[in-house]
Design a protein around this ligand. Structure first.
Ligand code: ZN
Length: 250
């Protein structure tokens, strides 16, 4: 039996996707052991049809959009025609472009120290609306994270500045992108990333409500994540310090 036959033997073909039914790793991707070697199934399937994947490139799925947001079943898909190669940045852009549910919720502000100013935010929004420039470009130019730039452009921060731009992605998807960019290790699950983020922010004494805003979740949900991850409560007295810089919100 060759690797191809081995993979085919554990595949269920359904609605266009060929879903791997064997071992699934912590990241939700199929994994197969063959002749003493471990392979990620979707990458192996791509290589068997199209040849080796160059170093540093990710095998991304086009079929993720066929599943509900947050459902990672697509990662088990090993149909080579549902897979394209991209850099990490391509993958982020692709995910952002696919964000479809536009339901802007004007809650909270992003954490962190802002390098932006009111006139700058106004001109950035105008520039972005005119097209030809990406959030990533703008973020790099002003040395802030893409997440913070997205929040500023779409008006989740800097709410007093006019002309926020509808980016067509939900608060949760935005948070998902932020977590992915922050913790790109593909073996991490979404829940792992949430726990890492909560732990990090709690260690920096960030308010629960601010963490919840950044994650697009309720405070209750964040508390639950903290409890599940065994993140200790802060000692009394340290409870009300915010790390938000003056003028950093909008
Ligand atoms: Zn698929």
């Amino acid at each position: 039996m060759d690797l191809k036959a081995r993979i085919n033997a554990d595949t269920k073909r359904t609605r266009g996707c060929w879903l791997w039914t064997g071992f699934i790793n912590a990241g939700g991707y199929g994994e197969v052991s063959f002749k003493g070697q471990k392979y990620l199934v979707h990458r192996a399937a791509y290589e068997l049809k199209y040849g080796p994947i160059p170093d540093g490139l990710l095998a991304c799925h086009t079929c993720d959009k066929n599943y509900p947001i947050g459902d990672t079943t697509y990662r088990r898909c090993r149909n080579p025609d549902h897979i394209f190669l991209g850099t990490h940045a391509d993958n982020m852009r692709d995910k952002a472009a696919k964000g479809r549910s536009a339901r802007p919720r004007h809650i909270g502000e992003a954490n962190g120290r802002s390098k932006l100013t009111t006139p700058l935010v106004r001109s950035l929004r105008a520039e972005y609306s005119q097209g030809g420039v990406t959030i990533a470009d703008l973020a790099a130019r002003h040395d802030i994270t893409e997440h913070n730039m997205r929040c500023a452009i779409r008006g989740l921060t800097w709410k007093h500045v006019d002309s926020p731009v509808d980016l067509g992605i939900s608060r949760k998807q935005d948070a998902g992108l932020m977590l992915l960019a922050r913790y790109p290790d593909p073996s991490l699950t979404y829940a792992d990333r949430q726990k890492l983020y909560v732990r990090e922010q709690r260690a920096a004494d960030v308010f629960m409500s601010e963490i919840a805003d950044a994650m697009g979740l309720t405070v209750k949900r964040v508390q639950l994540i903290a409890r599940e991850a065994g993140i200790p409560h802060r000692p009394p007295g340290k409870r009300h310090r915010s790390v938000r810089a003056p003028g950093g919100e909008g």
